[in-house]
Write a new protein. Sequence first.
Lengths: 322, 269
Amino acid sequence: MTLQAAQGGAVSAAPPSRIPDRRRVLTMRRRTWIASALFLLPAVAYIVLFFGAPIVKNLTMGFQDYTTATFYNGEAPWVGFQNYVDMFESPVFSIALSNTFVFTIASIAGQFVIGLAFAVFFRRRFPLAGPIRALMLLPWLLPLIVTGAIWKWLLDKDSGAINRILEALHLTSTGIPWLDSPSLALLSVILVNIWIGIPFNLTIFYSGLQSIPDELYEAASLDGATGWKAFRHITWPMLRPVTNVVLVLGVVYTLKVLDIILGLTNGGPANATQTLATLSYNLSFTQFEFGQGAAVSNVLILISLLFAAVYLRLSRRSEAAE
Amino acid sequence: MSARRRGISTALAILILIVLLFPVYWMVNTSLQPNGATVTAQWFPFDPSFHGYEVALAEQAGNILTSVLVASGSVVLTLFVAAPAAYAIAQALPRRSGPLMLVVLVTQMIPGIVVANALYVWYSDLGLLNTIPGLILADSTAGIPFAIIILQAFMAGLPVGVLEAARMDGAGQLRVFLSIAVPMSRNALITSGLFAFLFSWSDFLFALTLTTSPDVRPVTLGIYSYLGAYVNDWSPVMATSVLASLPAVVLLLVAQKYIAAGTTAGAVK
């Protein structure tokens, strides 16, 4: 619809030759401006409706008693900070907060180190490096709930492949309760999340490494700097802008993770893998306490925005450096 | 590097690949196990059975169709919304592209559960719960910002001279966009479209929160409902997982260069 409007405007204003040049340029500029606005309209409308408005809605719901009843009688009484008081007093919230912290830090550390190591390894030129690197993307492209299903089966206590391999290697004789034990479940979920993130980190670091000129390494090797020394004095400092971006984006994306946890453990056992994202989901969609779910998700928004701000500062600084 | 060291590198890379892709192999292997044999699954499917796929197709064919419709709809919506916006930002407002693109980047950081909380409330008022259009709109939250980023980066690189010449000849903005910018951005459009499909196909959160009946149920939710109960026969679950992984595999094999481009463009640009 908007596109047709743009076209109509443009066609009717086809350049009449008698208008003086300056006016012609002006009308053309204005027409360009109107056309751009119309081109932007669908995206602006979508972003306002599907990103802006939901944030506002969560903020207001956080101050309301928004429950199943609301859907029948339309009443959502204002309760001030009651949802937040309840949230901070509930023991599950502090568990979820610390789980979110551990899950995010450990996942990112694992993905980062392994992804970077693989990227450095693939920088060596050897036969089949390209196709192998491409195939390694697969874990990242699979739907997350599929990954959850695969790993739930792999980590099954009685007949999962991981325990069967460990038993075959005589590393354990009894099945390890990867997902059933409150002390192991978070670790298992983290390991799975690292598995998912390795390809992404590998790809980003690999493309970052491509921009480091070979001459640097050649010059350094003349000075005797190879291997670890070359990594520390060339690769690491040259990759700095990429590592910043990877880390901040990693945090923001990991905070959101929900599919894998719901697929693997549903936040259990005994809230051992409950994070802010799963807690918000559970409050809203299994207990139908939308006000409380919104309060938790507002904490999540706050943390994400904090890291978004860090990201913006870093990217502005690297732009300034260029 | 000597030939021998290169050989060792390749061997090591293959070893890494095998370890890394073992879970994927195990999914395929389990999906081919005969009825009731998954607990003692063989390490190789020496005696492949399609029992898992028969069950999976009987139970999930409708859900797969729903996923195809939703994902295809998302591609159309994503390109319709993102391409003109990216063109306007790249070509007409290059000086304002910084702040505009920041807004787009920030939308990518908003947790899906935030959007789901609000959409559920509105959808239930508007009657959009359990509908394919409702899912298409919600699932495009992943594709649209991503597509704007990719397309804007690409369209900023279009030769200004060609576009300017067309404008001087009296072509309207829409004509320039449709008959010059769009064909020249073919690769970027394909990349965005493929990712929009993949994002929407893989969506689980909106499928979980915005559908309440089995009538409209994407395959991701079908898999999740298997996982809800105790699983005693994993071959249909893994067969469904294989079917749900097909788009990713096909894209990786057929459109590998686009996938690699999308992966790096999304983060580095």
